[in-house]
Design a protein around this ligand. Structure first.
Ligand SMILES: [Zn+2]
Length: 183
């Protein structure tokens, strides 16, 4: 999890302290020098269920966390890009895949680590062209019966994969609150 900033990014010298600002209802990081409130908000992870011939592209993580486990191409959204652009970019960076997004497949909230996943269903335009990358030691397509369930890196990815293999396609798979065992 990310570290809390300790010093103010506006005045540069003020130390930050947790307190409830006037009119607010929860603890915030407030600068003890200039008073700026440093809001902390969830980060958005974008990724793709990248599909070719009904097989799903998985990447073996060459980085921590979850080194050596399989995941879908995904990563943190950058400022200045749309969610779809971020998902397409991550696919290419992590696997060499060029994808065409079809629809939003899964929204998955992880409130305990301050993340929201947006996972798109996408078709891979260059299935012969995917390859290992600095982030992925191995990149390959898995049929539904071949998915290495005990080696999937993240709960959100496992959830999306299970939805993909067990349900007919639907435009959006939205879950308002998670089953307890996924937390
Ligand atoms: Zn300050």
């Amino acid at each position: 999890m990310e570290e809390m900033p300790r010093y103010c990014s506006r005045c540069g010298s003020g130390q930050l302290q947790m307190q409830i600002p006037p009119g607010d209802d929860r603890q915030r990081l407030v600068c003890t020098n200039c008073g700026k409130i440093h809001y902390q908000n969830p980060k958005i992870v974008v990724g793709c269920l990248a599909v070719n011939d009904n097989k799903i592209l998985l990447c073996k993580r060459n980085i921590e966390p979850r080194f050596g486990y399989w995941t879908i191409p995904s990563g943190f959204m950058e400022n200045g890009e749309s969610a779809e652009e971020g998902a397409i970019r991550e696919c290419h960076e992590e696997s060499g895949a060029h994808v065409k997004i079809e629809y939003l497949h899964t929204i998955y909230s992880l409130p305990q680590i301050h993340q929201v996943y947006l996972i798109f269903l996408a078709q891979v335009a260059n299935p012969e062209g995917v390859h290992p990358t600095p982030e992925s030691s191995e990149v390959r397509f898995f049929g539904a019966s071949e998915i290495p369930w005990d080696k999937i890196a993240f709960a959100a990815v496992e959830y999306a994969l299970k939805k993909f293999v067990s349900e007919p396609p639907s435009k959006i798979t939205y879950i308002a609150s998670l089953p307890a065992h996924y937390r």
